[in-house]
Design a protein around this ligand. Structure first.
Ligand code: ADP
Ligand code: ZN
Ligand code: ZN
Length: 747
């Protein structure tokens, strides 16, 4: 037998299997999915994955080398995951090794984390106790240690024993030499989220809508196939549906994977699941320490945890026999990876469900337009929950025209309506959430005399003013510099801040209501390991009346005392050049609005905008997803936008702009040649542009692109693969190049 190995080296020249002989000592223990160390070229030990075993090899026997050793006692990759890795490679045009790397905690590679162990001390063969006392009469420390061990049932962690009786290494040796005690390394687990233990409350009786949805999904779980799109308004009780379906899968002896967007993976959210499923649940999260992540991963791999809750990358959790895969808030962009491999976790979940006999349950209050379109076409079974729990009404939404406010001389960030609603809310002892899609104090700094805008030196983007520390920060690369007092271009003192951010809103609230406590939640205030936790807990305990924040406050939060939600600048997402701008605006307003009035107290939403007549804003104010969808899908069909067409973007970057330009020309020539060979593809191309990317420079690197829009028809899968191959060909100037398909971010 020979092992076919993919070496863990990220280079396309070596992205193929290499055969190795299996030394007799490892006979029978090398299985597909095992990690091994192999000699490779002149290197003595390189990590690799066994992807298959074979009895025959093309390599001449004289040249075949034995593998060095196994890296783990058992295969780390399940057969289904190996299969998935090949699918990821083919679907997202990456190296197999890139796909395989997704399947393991990064820390495992290179042996950077190991199992954490602790030394335990246990009693061995002891003579009669009187005899021990006699023998140790002159060693009170030893005697005390043995007595403690006896009292504690014969075994203790060594550090604990040493706290009571500080034994030296020599004294320990004496005891072990006599066989009176044994020392053992015991593996111990780093358990994250030990601080939050969800309460073990029984599930509430399901509503009719919930029952209907649960029944449909559970039947599918029993059949072992199905894909559902659960469209339920905010507060309709989708989470309860997930949990009931999960319980059913567990009862059937199957595993459950629950994906939530990174920012929604709050302690609140986790506690709801750990409260229901206790120690059967594992959490995978980027904020975990390397050790914690590794331990949770192993608990899943060993079958000790059958419910996995995690963000995007958890779709690759080593769960055997999944029966249900839930994707909450399926419309969220964070399910799309923006680095190689550029995978879409919802698509991966779909593929896993289909090939491993599981059911996919994707849920959202504002389904992505593309997915809803698929559901209507029959690719997903649509389930709807149009009512909030307890018959609570959706909160009324007041759309405030900020142009009117300006006309009436109100230049502040708050409309009269928002201030009066805040007043009412605070008087009643209730809480408010104010949403703004940008952190910092002002969105940009510009000179009134000459029009100069302060941009980042390394990026082609304006810098954001942060009042805290009087600094300008580039939100792309993180560059910071002091805010200028005079215009760097013309020397005028008329250099001013424009636009607003969360910092400024916080200040504005305090200007109107000096007595009120305001918390702010954005990337600036959630840096630490605990992240959102302290802020959310404080708000939940009622230590502040107002919470100001970015997208982080828009999603999933469930605070019963919140009765007012203010969207301070609703159109900020409307004017981006992205074709999904309208979808994002609808989604944001609908989601933020969903935070209000979630308990007996009714809620109100105030949406401030300069475009009150915009269809997205109008539909969101009516809580009318259907209406929004119908208008949007018609518009997309007319304009030939996804899902009726696809965007392909060949991105290219280089430190030197001239080199980037030269390489872009060469790439364009190669594309011409490719299309000449395939006239049938040429015919499908609706648009082709080449030149600088919308953001010309990021972190000092010049960016160029070729943007192609092509009709979405099956034939294009082949064309897509050809474009991906083009993106792997080195260019004369060695620019970095990659392919994006319908990118989340078109900048
Ligand atoms: P969604 O995820 O759809 O926005 P949630 O799952 O957060 O909604 O549910 C909203 C609230 O309703 C939560 O506080 C939840 O505990 C509660 N809830 C859910 N289902 C029921 C039910 N069947 N009976 C009573 N309360 C419920
Ligand atoms: Zn100036
Ligand atoms: Zn920058």
């Amino acid at each position: 037998m020979y092992a076919r190995v993919i070496v863990d080296i990220q280079a396309s020249q070596v992205d193929r299997v290499f055969d190795y002989a299996i030394p007799p000592a490892y006979e029978g223990r090398v299985l597909p999915g095992t990690r091994v160390s192999v000699p490779f070229g002149s290197r003595r030990g390189v990590e690799g994955f066994v992807v298959a075993l074979t009895e025959e090899t093309q390599v001449p026997l004289s040249r075949i080398r034995p593998l060095n050793r196994l890296l783990d006692p058992e295969p780390v990759l399940l057969p289904a995951m190996l299969d998935l890795a090949y699918w990821v490679r083919d679907t997202y045009h990456c190296l197999l090794v890139d796909a395989l790397r997704l399947m393991l905690p990064a820390e495992m590679r290179g042996g950077r984390v190991r199992e954490k162990t602790e030394t335990w001390i246990s009693l061995g063969d002891l003579p009669a106790w009187e005899e021990v006392e006699g023998l140790l009469a002159r060693s009170p420390a030893l005697l005390r240690a043995l007595r403690l061990l006896r009292e504690e049932g014969g075994t203790l962690p060594l550090p604990k024993l040493r706290q009571v009786s500080p034994l030296s290494a020599g004294q320990l040796d004496k005891l072990t030499a006599r066989g009176w005690v044994r020392l053992e390394e015991v593996s111990c687990r780093r358990r994250p989220y030990t601080r939050i233990v969800g309460e073990e409350s029984g599930p509430p009786p399901a509503t009719h809508d919930q029952e209907r949805a649960v029944a449909a999904v559970c039947q599918a779980i029993d059949r072992g196939r199905g894909a559902f799109l659960l469209h339920g308004v905010t507060g309709s009780g989708k989470t309860e549906v997930y949990m009931r379906c999960a319980q059913h899968a567990l009862d059937e002896g199957k595993g459950v994977l629950i994906l939530v967007p990174e920012i929604a993976l709050t302690p609140q959210m986790v506690a709801r699941f750990t409260g229901r499923f206790g120690s059967r649940a594992a959490v995978l999260h980027s904020r975990l320490s390397a050790g914690e992540r590794y331990d949770e991963w192993r608990r899943i791999r060993r079958g000790e945890a059958q419910v996995v809750i995690g963000a995007r990358s958890a779709v690759f959790a080593p769960l055997a026999e999944p029966g249900l895969i839930v994707v909450d808030e399926e419309h969220e962009n964070s399910y799309r990876s923006e680095h190689t491999p550029r995978y879409d976790a919802v698509e991966v979940a779909r593929r896993r469900a289909d090939s491993e006999g599981a059911v996919l349950l994707a849920g959202s209050a504002t389904p992505s337009v593309a997915r809803y379109h698929e559901a209507l076409a029959g690719r997903y079974t649509l389930l709807t929950m149009p009512w909030r729990i307890g018959g609570r009404p959706m909160p009324p939404v007041a759309v405030v025209d900020m142009r009117e406010e300006l006309l009436h001389g109100n230049r502040s960030m708050f409309s009269g309506r928002l201030v009066s609603e805040l007043h009412r809310c605070l008087q009643a002892g209730e809480q408010a959430i104010l949403f703004m899609n940008r952190r910092g104090y002002a969105s940009f700094v510009s000179c009134r005399a000459c029009g100069y805008v302060v941009k980042c030196q390394d990026c082609d983007l304006s810098m954001t003013y942060h009042k805290h520390g009087e600094r300008l920060i580039c939100h792309y690369c993180g560059r910071e510099q002091p805010a200028p007092q005079v215009c760097p271009a013309c020397g005028s003192r008329a250099i001013k801040q424009f636009g607003g951010g969360t910092e400024r809103i916080q200040e504005e609230v305090l200007r109107h209501f000096p007595e009120v406590r305001v918390l702010r939640m954005d990337a600036d205030t959630t840096r630490g390991k605990e992240g959102h936790l302290p802020i959310l807990e404080a708000f939940g305990r009622g230590e502040a009346q107002v919470l100001v924040g970015t997208q982080m406050v828009a999603k999933g939060l469930d605070f019963p005392r919140v009765t007012l939600v203010g969207v301070v600048a609703a159109d900020m997402s409307l004017y981006s050049s992205d074709y999904r701008a309208a979808e994002r605006t609808f989604d944001l307003i609908a989601q933020v609005a969903g935070r209000a009035g979630r308990s007996e107290r009714p809620g109100t939403v105030v949406v401030q905008t300069y475009a009150p007549e915009h269809p997205s804003i109008q539909a969101a104010a009516r809580h009318d997803y259907e209406g929004f969808y119908q208008g949007e899908i018609q518009g997309r069909e007319l304009a030939q936008l996804p899902p009726f067409a696809n965007f392909y973007r060949l991105m290219l970057q280089h430190e030197r702009p001239e080199t980037a330009d030269g390489d872009l020309e060469e790439l364009s020539r190669r594309l011409d040649a490719l299309l000449q060979e395939h006239p049938q593809w040429q015919k499908r191309i609706l648009l082709r542009q080449g030149g600088t990317a919308p953001v010309e420079r990021i972190r000092g690197v010049s960016r160029r692109q070729i943007l192609i829009k092509a009709a979405a028809i099956p034939l294009m899968a082949e064309a897509e693969a050809a474009l991906a191959a083009l993106a792997r060909e080195p260019l004369p100037g060695n620019s970095v190049i990659w392919l994006e398909v319908n990118p989340v971010n078109m900048l």
